[in-house]
Design a protein around this ligand. Structure first.
Ligand code: MN
Length: 228
């Protein structure tokens, strides 16, 4: 067994409510336009699109706290999302069996450089630099599936400096979690440590240095962070 020739890369981890162990993060997938009203506010027709996915690097995951305002943007947006944590390996998993892949759930914010995304969309270019930058995936503590069963409904909200900006319900997802995981597992093999952002309700908007963000899904630990 050889030693690494460079310092070993850092791995992001999530804490788990009520457990001593940590959840090691592998890959981060995100589904686009999974709430009809948000798809419409972004100029898309939600009735005509199959689910599509993009990704963020695993080390973009941070546990909240102070988050540096990222470079190369003047239009950083918040997107509050339910995050699914994968605990078992699965490929081409039918929706009826997808729950078996899940370790638990957390609240996340899909931070987005909206100005870079607009340029990418216009030019038919990749979204990577709009979505997958450093610290772009703040995620709160996980709750295991046995303590937070597969949610079919529940409020999902985000406040900036105490003002409500996003307010939706998990029941408004176009693609429910099992269907989404089935689609994703047709494209890649899901492995323990993978995370899936499940889309955001309407009300996305800009945040800036000094703002305090509070993201909540009913029944899950609060995710709070300040941009510095
Ligand atoms: Mn998103």
């Amino acid at each position: 067994m050889s030693a690494f020739v460079i310092p070993e890369p850092r791995r992001s981890v999530l804490t788990v409510q009520g457990r001593d162990g940590l959840f090691p993060v592998r890959r981060v997938y995100c589904v686009g336009r999974n709430y009809a009203a948000h798809a419409r506010e972004m100029g898309a027709d939600p009735d005509r699109e199959p689910p599509f996915f993009f990704s963020k690097p695993g080390d973009a995951v941070v546990p909240g706290g102070p988050i540096p305002y990222p470079p190369a943007t003047t239009d950083l947006h918040h997107e509050v999302e339910l995050v699914v944590a994968i605990g078992r390996t699965g490929t081409k998993v039918p929706a009826a069996e997808a729950q078996g892949l899940i370790y638990g759930f957390a609240v996340g914010v899909d931070l987005t450089r909206r100005d870079l995304q607009a340029v990418a969309k216009k030019g038919g270019k990749p979204w990577d630099m709009a979505k997958g930058f450093d610290n772009s995936a703040p995620i709160g503590a996980l709750v295991p599936l046995d303590a937070f069963p597969m949610p079919e409904a529940g409020s999902i909200t985000l406040e900036v400096n105490g003002e409500r900006r996003q307010s939706g319900d998990l029941s408004d997802m176009i693609w429910p979690i099992p269907d989404m995981l089935a689609h994703l597992s047709d494209l890649v093999t899901l492995e323990p440590g993978d995370l899936v952002f499940t889309g955001t309700p309407e009300g996305v908007g800009a945040i800036t240095r000094g703002d305090t963000i509070r993201a909540e899904v009913a029944g899950l630990p609060l995710l709070a962070f300040t941009l510095v």
